[in-house]
Design a protein around this ligand. Structure first.
Ligand code: SF4
Length: 439
């Protein structure tokens, strides 16, 4: 049983998919720093690409992603043309010889595209970049998978995919505007396995409107019958002031803080009992999955897609709202798909906001990443002194231990990983309130 400390859990804290977080990005960043970073990439080190498709066939009410209804076919095609133009611009800005080791597609829903559009896009990326046999990964909406997609996935050799499952309780699905019966998920899993996807993840959620612990347990039981290789288990973040589509969700039907906490604990117990191992603070994987192996070997990383075994130091984001990450710079593309297209059609890198990462940001970012990925970190003496008093709360409550310079989360401290990381956040006075609760 994890102990419940609402003073730590009710605090709004970042998810730390980057440090500094997106709340610290300055608006109006010019394209020059980004282009300089691209030109300075070390050709001996491979890079990763992330490609954002900001469209979905149907919009779920809870969704906090940058996405909109796919609507007219012409609009999708215009976006794809812009993506290809951005890929041309970026590949030309890189030094010759830079290899692309991974290409991830996310959104939105990449399968808002037709399978043919997707193949053409992947083909364009592989031709423009040195991407001879990249590791592909793909986020998918089970509601839009058909045999054409099966052939596309098999043809491209896509090894990893994640499916948005969220909940299988019909009354909860109604409350979040996302209807997908178990049979639909079963068909999607069969299709993806036939297509050769070796590492398949399910995204689940707790803290949804009208969702009880029993609903969550039933969803996990049903999901386990399909034997995915990975699970991610996210708490729903209700931020209707910032995300207008969430206003359709009844705020008074949401589980309260203690219930959310118990739901997170329940999911943790059921997945461990089923033989999955913990990866970071909200992922679980079969012990032989690459993510679990990376976690076991100390090679787990955290980036904009969550926990990953991607060890590239440079991640280039393509598409509206995509974020690029370099050791010295985080840069985000224009979020609005229409404005993104206009910038690209003017021949410009569509950068709109970002932040330079100085040595102190890089140092703190590495420490925060280790706490979240490994649950332990060795702190330099100066930071030990800074976080000493607030850390005392974690130590006296048995949530963390300190031996010399090494701070480690205990079993009881697992749900408090983000709250502990927050102590190392040198920007935390700014941007508070823009984040979700720690659980
Ligand atoms: S399918 Fe996924 S990305 Fe699209 S609206 Fe639903 S949750 Fe958001």
């Amino acid at each position: 049983m994890w102990p419940y400390f609402p003073d730590l859990l009710d605090r709004a804290v970042p998810r730390y998919t980057s440090y500094p977080t997106a709340a610290e990005f300055a608006e109006g960043m010019a394209e020059e720093p980004y282009l300089r970073q691209l030109a300075a990439v070390d050709p001996r080190q491979p890079v990763s690409l992330y490609v954002h498709i900001p469209y979905c066939r149907e919009i779920c009410w809870y969704c906090g992603c940058n996405t909109g209804a796919a609507g007219r076919a012409g609009r999708l095609q215009a976006y794809l043309d812009a993506l290809c133009a951005e890929a041309d611009l970026v590949s030309a800005a890189l030094p010759p010889g830079v290899e692309v080791a991974r290409i991830s597609f996310g959104g939105g829903s990449p399968n808002a595209l037709s399978a043919l559009q997707f193949i053409r896009l992947a083909d364009h990326l592989m031709t423009r970049f040195r991407a001879f046999s990249p590791l592909f990964s793909l986020e998918l909406d089970p509601r839009g998978l058909d045999s054409a997609w099966e052939h596309a996935i098999a043809g491209l050799g896509i090894a990893r995919a994640s499916l948005g499952v969220q909940t299988l309780a019909p009354h909860v699905q109604s409350a979040i505007g996302r209807h997908q019966p178990l049979e639909m998920i079963e068909s999607a899993v069969e299709l993806l396995r036939r297509a050769g996807v070796g590492s398949l993840g399910f995204d689940l959620m707790y803290g949804l409107p009208h969702q009880s612990g029993a609903d969550l347990a039933d969803t996990i039981d049903m999901a386990l019958t399909l034997q995915p290789d990975r699970f991610s288990v996210f708490g729903y973040a209700h931020l209707p002031a910032a995300i207008p589509r969430q206003r359709r969700i009844q705020g008074d039907a949401l589980p309260r803080s203690r219930e959310r906490f118990e739901q997170a604990m329940l999911a943790d117990r059921l997945l461990l009992e089923a033989g999955y191992v913990r990866v970071g603070f909200d992922h679980y994987a079969k012990p032989d999955d690459p993510l679990a192996r990376a976690a076991g070997a100390g090679g787990l990383r955290r980036n904009f897609q969550g926990f990953t075994d991607d060890d590239c130091d440079v991640l280039i984001g393509l598409g509206a709202s995509a974020i690029s990450s370099f050791p010295d710079l985080l840069a985000q593309n224009e979020k609005n798909a229409g404005r993104y297209r206009m910038l690209v059609s003017d021949g410009r890198a569509p950068i709109r906001r970002g932040v330079l990462r100085g040595p102190e940001d890089q140092r703190r970012g590495r420490l925060i990443e280790r706490i979240l990925c490994d649950g332990t970190v060795s702190l330099p003496a100066d930071l030990n002194a800074v976080i000493g008093p607030p850390l005392g709360v974690f130590l006296t409550r048995g949530l963390a231990t300190r031996e010399g310079d090494t701070i480690a989360l205990t079993e009881n401290g697992r749900p408090y990983a983000r709250a502990l990381a927050y102590l190392l956040d040198g920007h935390r006075a700014e941007g508070e309130g823009a984040f979700s609760k720690a659980v």
